[in-house]
Write a protein that binds this ligand. Structure first.
Ligand SMILES: *Cc1c(COP(=O)(O)O)cnc(C)c1O
Length: 345
């Protein structure tokens, strides 16, 4: 890895972060708070929340096998994605490299930040060629984006392949593991200490069933997390989200139960889809969704809409012609989908 300073935008490296009232007062117990122009009424919502979400991180760290100082929490993973551009990529000068097809937000945030986005196509069976990825980089490439299990294809990339990218690229490698809970492969967040250039993304939105609270996670070295903390809005995660996260994590059996249930449903849905005459291919999946190639994706999509069933039409996405991305739901929802598809003409 290049030294961290050479990868960070000079203005960010030099940045003196906003010092909020809750940062300045640390340590001793106090009971009269007249430092932040808050109202004395409407407790507890009158108080600014913990800017570094220490309670959440303390509970989260052992669950994710990282240290609290290696965690950034944001308003969804989307905040972490945007911050990675703002920390590392000089607009109009630097570039990033990503696979295609993949999650759309990497490109949207590149465009917002005026950073060149280079994409390298996966093979027809959704494999990633590390040499091709590396070949697309140059001295201005700051970040490589890899989503594994990948959205929308559903597959994990082999660990050796990701290891090769991490070892041979001198800049930052982001591995988005939003769906890793649904996979049997060991996630990279557990070996964070082996890779100083690695940032792993996780989210409360998928296996943890909490998309509404908007809570995303980034795991990286303490030095990289310090940069996130410097650039983020001071109170980027609100009190209600922090409290809800703690409550969720206090009931691990329920979270684990949801995961078991979704994985079990996946085993039920995949073979049933494969038997349908309109289905040409069910791609292997390590996530809570499956990419399916059908005879005519636009027609099937419209037909399902007519039945009140919404799936994701990926027909226009690179290499995904005639593909639908279908999320695994409850037994009842899945059966409703399968029943409708059996009657498609
Ligand atoms: C759903 C998803 C996320 C989660 O985004 P949030 O902003 O945390 O809800 C992140 N990455 C990928 C690839 C996703 O599909």
């Amino acid at each position: 890895m290049k030294n961290l300073q050479s990868l960070v935008r000079p203005n960010i490296w030099a940045l003196e972060p906003y010092s909020c009232a809750r940062d300045e007062f640390k340590g001793m117990e106090a009971h009269v708070f007249l430092d932040a122009n808050e109202s004395p009424y409407n407790e507890p919502l009158n108080r600014y929340p913990d800017p570094l979400q220490e309670k959440v991180k303390k509970i989260l760290a052992p669950v994710k096998h990282v240290r609290p100082s290696q965690i950034f929490l944001g308003n969804g993973s989307d905040e972490a994605i945007d911050l990675i551009y703002r920390i590392f990529c000089n607009p109009k000068q630097d570039n990033v490299v990503a696979i295609a097809p993949t999650y759309g937000m990497y490109k949207v945030c590149a465009d917002v930040n005026d950073v060149e986005y280079r994409s390298v196509s996966l093979s027809e069976d959704w494999q990633l060629n590390p040499k091709a990825l590396l070949a697309a980089t140059d001295s201005n490439t700051k970040v490589i984006w890899i989503c594994s299990p990948n959205n929308p294809t559903g597959n994990d990339f082999p660990r050796e392949v990701l290891h090769e990218v991490l070892m041979s690229f001198e800049g930052i490698v982001v591995i988005d593991e939003a769906y890793s809970d649904f996979s049997t492969q060991q996630p990279f967040r557990t070996v964070l200490d082996n890779y100083p250039n690695l940032i792993v993304l996780n989210t409360f939105s998928k296996a943890w069933a909490s998309a509404a609270i908007r809570l995303g996670m980034a795991f990286a070295s303490e030095e990289i997390i310090a940069l996130f903390n410097k650039v983020k809005y001071p109170y980027n995660v609100n009190l209600l989200a922090q409290e809800k996260a703690c409550a969720l994590l206090a009931d691990r059996p329920t979270l684990d139960g949801w995961l078991v249930q979704v994985n079990r449903e996946r085993e039920h849905v995949l073979p049933a889809l494969a038997e349908l005459p309109i289905v040409q291919e069910v791609f292997p999946t390590d996530a809570n969704f499956v990419l399916v190639r059908v005879t005519d994706a636009n027609r099937v999509y419209q037909y399902l809409i007519g039945k009140g069933i919404v799936v994701r039409n990926r027909h226009r996405v690179q290499l995904c012609n005639d593909c639908l991305r279908i999320t695994i739901g409850t037994r009842q929802e899945n059966n409703e989908l399968l029943g409708a598809l059996r009657f498609f003409k």
